[in-house]
Structures are given as C-alpha cells and as structure tokens.
Write a protein that binds this ligand. Structure first.
Ligand code: GDP
Length: 267
C-alpha cells in the first residue's frame, strides 16, 4: 500500500529577531547563494547545454507565475532575470553563475496559450529531458502563483522530475496578495494538493510561502538552496567551469550589467 508522506513546510513569516544575516560571519554563517549571480549563457537545445560540472539548480514555472521576480529577489538584483512583458515568448534556458560557480538554470515559462502547439511540444520535451536526465541538477525550484495553486502543467513537470529522487522547492509566490492567515491557508492547500498527487514523492517537496515584492520567504528559500548546494552555497574561487560556447576553455561570465536587453528576451 502506498503510504502518504508529509510535505516539509516552511513558514512564510519574516525572520525571527536576531543578528542580521549580513552581520554574522564564519563557516556557519547563512549563505545567500544566488546573491550577485551573473548571466552566463542562453541555450536553445540539448546540444548547447554546458557540459555537466558544478551543481545546478533549475527554476521553472508557468509564464507569469513570478519566476523572474523570484530569481531577481534571491539575487538581490532588479534586472538579472527579466520580468516578462510578453509572457511565454522566451523559449530558451538562461544560465546564471552564482559566486561559488554553481549554476542557476532559468527554464522557459510554460502554459502560455499563444505559443504554437508544435513549439510547445518541442519545449515540453526538451524540458522533460533536461529535468529527468541532467546529471549536475541538484534541485528544482518550482514557482507557483499561490492564488492559482498547482496547475496541470506544474503537475506534469513534477511527474517527469520527481522520479529522479531529487528535491523540489515550491515557491508559492505573490503571498503579499493574501492576509497572513490566508497565506497559511494557501500554503496548506498547495501542500495538500502535492501530497495527494504525488504520495510517494511528497517528502521530496518543500513548500515555502514567498513574495518577491515583499521579500517574504527569502531566508527559507536561501536555506533550502544552500542545503542542496552544500559547500557550493558559499563564495568559491575558480571552479573550472567552462561555458558551452567556450570550446572547453575557462571563461569568465559575461557581465549582465549594462546589457541593453536582458537574457529573458534575447533576440
Ligand atoms: P515570470 O513570467 O514567471 O517570469 O513572471 P514575472 O516575474 O515576470 O512576474 C509576472 C508578473 O507578476 C509581473 O507583473 C510581476 O510584477 C508580478 N509579480 C511577480 N512576483 C510577484 C510578487 O511576489 N507579488 C506580486 N504582487 N506580484 C508579483
């Protein structure tokens, strides 16, 4: 008989009183793994993926769910991942390099109706392959609009990914739209939905109430990403990572600052 397992829940409430994270030092200081991440490259198919190397965390979600805003909030930058004016247009994976050398893969938003059916299928297959087989992937951050819960496409994505045994951080975002008590209700509803859909894999999933605009859930999300990254959560030196376009040579990431157009909308 299949046994239901509890989803790990993280409170969306702001940090408890104590020293500011920035003021704490030492090996056990809280890490901000995505902070100061920089854009590295954009890939449009499997062949362009960088060779698996440093640990990688993927961010996925429906178009307009708030994925770019969540990445920007975690990076503490306003225009690292570009928020969409035309949802669903970006059909590439954008890679960002964290200071440690670990990678963040910003997967294309899905579920935008105006994308032609054939292109949609191509992308679903590419994403499913990436999520199921990418060796260096250590975890998936799935961004959901907390007001809408878990969509069919979110469930399909989880169904392809969870059998890999790797963890998921659900960022239930736009929590600022709710009162504090309604935030808790919305988070519980998402946890329940996931537990019902994926009873065997529910323990792999952690739900965090999040808001990019109000910076709710940042610490909880950072703690989970840091756990996945281990020593790669902190600043590192030269990691030996070479991007897919460098022909195996080590390269510094191109700086995203000053780019006329961000990676969310490459031409
Ligand atoms: P993406 O398509 O998933 O990358 O979504 P975006 O990050 O571009 O956000 C889509 C829309 O939701 C934009 O209008 C954002 O300003 C808005 N948004 C994103 N995150 C939040 C949030 O935490 N709170 C609120 N109220 N709006 C948000």
């Amino acid at each position: 008989m299949v046994q239901k397992r509890r989803i790990v829940s993280e409170s969306p409430s702001p940090a408890k009183a104590g020293p500011r994270p920035e003021d704490r030092r030492g090996p056990h200081a809280p890490a901000h793994p995505v902070r100061q991440a920089e854009y590295v490259l954009t890939v449009a198919n499997d062949l362009q993926l960088p060779p698996p190397g440093p640990p990688e965390i993927a961010f996925a979600g429906r178009s307009n769910a708030g994925k770019s805003s969540a990445i920007n909030a975690l990076a503490n930058r306003s225009r690292l991942a570009f928020t969409s004016r035309t949802p669903g247009r970006t059909q590439q994976i954008n890679f960002f390099r964290m200071r440690s050398g670990a990678l963040l893969a910003d997967l294309p938003g899905y579920g935008f109706a105006a994308v032609p059916q054939a292109l949609k299928r191509h992308w679903q297959e590419f994403l499913a392959r990436y999520l199921a087989t990418r060796q260096s992937l250590v975890g998936l951050a799935l961004v959901l609009d907390a007001r809408h819960g878990v969509s069919l496409l979110d469930r399909q994505l989880l169904a392809r990914y969870l059998p890999s045994g790797r963890p998921v951080l659900v960022l239930a975002t736009k929590m600022d739209k709710f009162t504090p008590s309604a935030q808790r209700v919305a988070q519980c509803a998402i946890e329940r939905e996931i537990a019902e859909c994926f009873p065997v894999h529910a323990a792999q999933v952690t739900v965090v109430g999040f808001s990019a605009t109000r910076r709710i859930g940042i610490e909880a999300a950072e703690a989970m990403l840091s756990r996945w990254l281990g020593e790669w959560a902190h600043d590192g030196g030269d990691t030996g990572f070479a991007d897919a376009n460098s022909g195996g040579r080590k390269e510094r990431a191109p700086r995203s600052r000053g780019m006329a157009r961000g990676p969310k909308d490459p031409r």
